[in-house]
Design a protein around this ligand. Structure first.
Ligand SMILES: [Zn+2]
Length: 305
């Protein structure tokens, strides 16, 4: 039951030799979600061996180049490879105009359907199936490029039947679905058999949140309360707090503060400014406030058990 995040790019505005522009893939139980698609994402998908034909949903946080310049290239390549399955893109509504304009200008028709879903400025359910839900929530970035965060949360699973116990108490097959939901069983003689004797608790649902690009805002923590894994931008170190404010970005300490307020399990820092060839100082700053912090690097894989 995989829950695995692969970082394809954790740089910011300008890609460097060490860090690609923003992109990552979340793999949840056979589903592959692409989150942001900066320039060069196609090559990173290949480099890190992501089966990118299995990507059916792409989430774009906002319309700055380091988060979507790779999309037209990826869409075109998928068409050249004769993809047939529909592809869903969740983004600012202007991205649809941009992509359609690019395709029209090139006289290019994709051989598979692309379904655009427009992001608003409220909490929004974007995707759901029997395994998980994906919500968008508003961040605070530059006015010309409103940004959204994304929360991927597994649904609670049903309890596991202990077959030898249900056999011992002759629980009828028709009652099994109620057992899975936690009901006690009452025998024909009227004896109550506690559910915990007949079933085992399922693994806890896991969750992941993606928060970039954004000004520090303590209220954002409300959107990701209790999240297990949190990626938060840390474009700058705390020494550039003013610059971070002016450019609608966060510092490492501010990312840690959000993780702390949210009661997150683990914090991942990324979207580093190119002024940090080595982002180690950012880890030091964030860890003071939130010890369970890690730095992202391209190709890093983070899993939840
Ligand atoms: Zn950015």
């Amino acid at each position: 039951m995989k829950f695995e995040l692969t970082i394809l790019g954790c740089g910011s505005a300008v890609p460097t030799l060490q860090r690609n522009a923003a992109a990552q893939v979340l793999h949840v139980q056979e589903r592959h979600f692409l989150v942001d698609c900066g320039e060069g994402t196609q090559q990173q998908l290949r480099r890190f061996k992501i089966p990118y034909n299995k990507i059916n949903h792409i989430f774009i946080s906002h319309l700055h180049g380091d988060h979507f310049f790779g999309l037209i290239g990826l869409l075109s390549s998928l068409s050249l490879q004769n993809r047939r399955a529909g592809l869903h893109v969740y983004a600012d509504k202007r991205l649809q105009e941009i992509i359609e304009f690019q395709l029209r200008t090139m006289g290019c028709r994709l051989v598979y359907p692309v379904h655009f879903h427009h992001l608003g400025r409220e909490v929004q359910l974007l995707y759901e199936d029997k395994v998980l839900t994906v919500h968008a929530f508003p961040l605070k970035h530059r006015p010309e490029a409103p940004a959204c965060g994304f929360l991927f949360a597994e649904r609670p699973r049903e309890r596991h039947i202990l077959r030898e116990m249900t056999d011992a108490y002759a629980v009828p097959v028709a009652f099994m679905h109620r057992l899975k939901r936690g009901e006690d069983f009452v025998t024909p003689e009227g004896e109550v058999i506690a559910n915990e004797r007949l079933t085992k608790a399922p693994p806890l649902p896991r969750s992941y949140a993606y928060m970039t690009d954004t000004l520090f805002c303590p209220a954002h923590a409300e959107y990701v309360k209790g999240v297990h894994l949190l990626y938060h931008e840390a474009t700058y170190g705390d020494e550039f707090a003013r610059l971070a404010r002016e450019t609608f970005h966060s510092t490492a300490g501010e990312a840690a503060r959000v993780a702390q307020l949210a009661g997150a399990g683990r914090l991942l820092l990324g979207h580093f400014s190119s002024r940090y060839p080595d982002p180690a100082p950012l880890l030091e700053q964030a860890s003071l406030l939130f010890p369970n912090t890690s730095l992202c690097e391209d190709g890093a894989v983070f899993t939840l058990p």
